[in-house]
Design a protein around this ligand. Structure first.
Ligand code: NDP
Length: 452
């Protein structure tokens, strides 16, 4: 075996790993990078990017319907799954190529292969032995399946992007981001969706008003059957049909079951057992505030750790780590306060800061401002869909603690709200801002009376 040495060796070219490798190389380090699949990780290949393209595809059926009262006569419409998947694949390939080309322009040595620890200081990749001064694990996550009889019949989000045909009857298990987004995608594309969630409201952790409103809006979709407080007990297959048995004695027949019940760290085959690296109870790699594992020269960032499992967070972590470790910019830290997030449902959600409940639990004396309204577009289209904006405000300081919105453009609007929160905006300052009219965003600067 040949042996190579690096200042930094990165395992995984997803959001966190690729950024860390590129920045370390820019700081002059001798960097190696191992990636066994396409560049871009989950986000580019089986997550945010292809999902968003499918969200766009699913929105056309709504647009066709909404256009009628605006005077459009839309002829017969038909959705072709293969066209969507082929064009989606073309675009993902384009992004993979850009990422790989950009990495190729750096001095990073790329190993398109699986990497495995032989011991704390040695990695085996592509039949070569690697020694590195510092090592970064950025291998991301993978879907976790519930332990039920028949779990071998469950599909995960990884499979959704390459199905040979669109199933016409789908059961989705879970009430988190992925379950909600795919329920909306497939219903928009014309499938019949049954969404089974064990809780009494979708999206645990979000503000309760958003959760309630999402549930109310989702059941207005003619082809989504939302069943709350429902657990899946087992799954059988009869011919090409799956039968889902629930705790309520129901049997639901379908062509595909999507399990969207959370994610686990992607550490299989990494050889962690050959190192001093420890894992948390949920299996994620244990790190300190400096992303250092129990083996001080080995670091980990992104979804393989127990932090915020979001692409932009992994990117920030990888960047900050290389700035600190290689660029000697010792003050580079990731600020985890007020991370905005979006759920690409119909209607979509954007949220940042404390929910009403979180603010109360943290001991704040708060005012709540809410506007529940029919978006202007829906008045003429006749679509029975409402929107909600909500502010959580600290009474004592007048500081806004949380911006929450469900309604069209919420994911776009919430990005700037995150900056306002970080800049400690007060309710008075929002009130002083002249509205952009007519928009949904103007609700955030025109809510005058606290509702509680
Ligand atoms: P989430 O953690 O968001 O949701 C998991 C859901 O599955 C919860 O509703 C949970 O219920 C339920 N669940 C967990 N275990 C079981 C079980 N054994 N049986 C039945 N239900 C179960 O995970 P997702 O898989 O939806 O997404 C993974 C992560 O990916 C997200 O947390 C997010 O970080 C990221 N993501 C972000 C997106 C975005 O930014 N738009 C989009 C997609 C993913 P309960 O609430 O009761 O625990």
């Amino acid at each position: 075996m040949t042996e190579k040495t690096y200042d930094l060796f990165v395992i995984g070219a997803g959001s966190g790993g690729a950024r860390a490798a590129r920045i370390a190389s820019r700081h002059g380090a001798n960097v190696g990078l191992a990636e066994m699949a396409e560049f871009g990780g989950t986000c580019v290949n089986a997550g945010c990017v292809p999902k968003k393209l499918m969200v766009y595809a699913s929105e056309f059926s709504r647009a066709f319907k909404d256009s009628k009262n605006y005077g459009w006569i839309v002829g017969e419409t038909k959705f072709d799954w293969n066209t969507l998947i082929a064009n989606k694949d073309k675009d993902i390939k384009r992004i993979n190529n850009i990422l790989e080309t950009n990495m190729g322009k750096t001095s990073v040595d790329i190993f398109k292969s699986h990497a495995r620890f032989i011991d704390n200081h040695t990695i085996e990749v592509s039949g070569q032995t690697i020694k590195a001064d510092k090592i970064l694990i950025a291998t991301g996550g993978k879907p976790a399946l519930p332990s039920i009889p028949g779990k071998e019949h469950l599909k995960t989000s990884d499979n959704m992007f390459h199905l040979p045909a669109m199933p016409s009857r789908i059961v989705i298990i879970g009430g988190g981001y992925i379950a909600v987004e795919f329920a909306n995608i497939f219903s928009g594309l014309g499938a019949d969706v049954t969404l089974l969630h064990r809780g009494d409201l979708l999206l645990r952790g979000f503000d309760n008003d958003l959760r309630e409103m999402l549930g109310n809006e989702i059941i207005k979709h003619p082809n989504i059957d939302l069943r709350l407080e429902t657990e899946i007990q087992n799954v059988e297959k009869e011919g090409e049909t799956y039968i889902v048995h629930t705790n309520k004695g129901e049997q639901i027949k379908c062509d595909l079951i999507l399990s969207a019940t959370g994610r686990a760290p992607n550490i299989d085959g990494l050889g962690l057992e050959n190192t001093n690296i420890q894992t948390e109870e949920n299996g994620r790699i244990k790190i300190n505030d400096d992303y250092q594992t129990d083996e001080p020269h080995i670091y980990a960032v992104g979804d393989v750790c127990n932090r915020h499992n979001l692409t932009p967070v992994a990117i920030k972590e990888g960047h900050a780590l290389s700035d600190r470790l290689i660029g000697s910019m010792l003050d580079r830290k990731v600020d985890y306060e007020f991370i905005a997030t979006a759920v690409f449902s119909h209607p979509p959600i954007g949220t940042v800061g404390l929910s009403e409940q979180q603010a109360r639990d943290a001991g704040h004396d708060i005012d709540i401002y809410k506007s529940n309204f029919k978006p202007m577009k829906n008045t003429v289209s006749g679509r029975d869909e409402r929107a909600l904006t909500k502010l959580v405000v600290d009474k004592k300081t007048d500081r806004v603690l949380g911006f929450h919105m469900i309604g069209d453009s919420a994911p776009e609007i919430i990005q700037l709200a995150a900056t306002l929160l970080k800049k400690k905006i007060t309710k008075e300052e929002l009130d002083e801002t002249i509205a952009v009219h007519p928009t949904a965003a103007e609700e955030f600067v025109t809510m005058r009376e606290a509702v509680s």
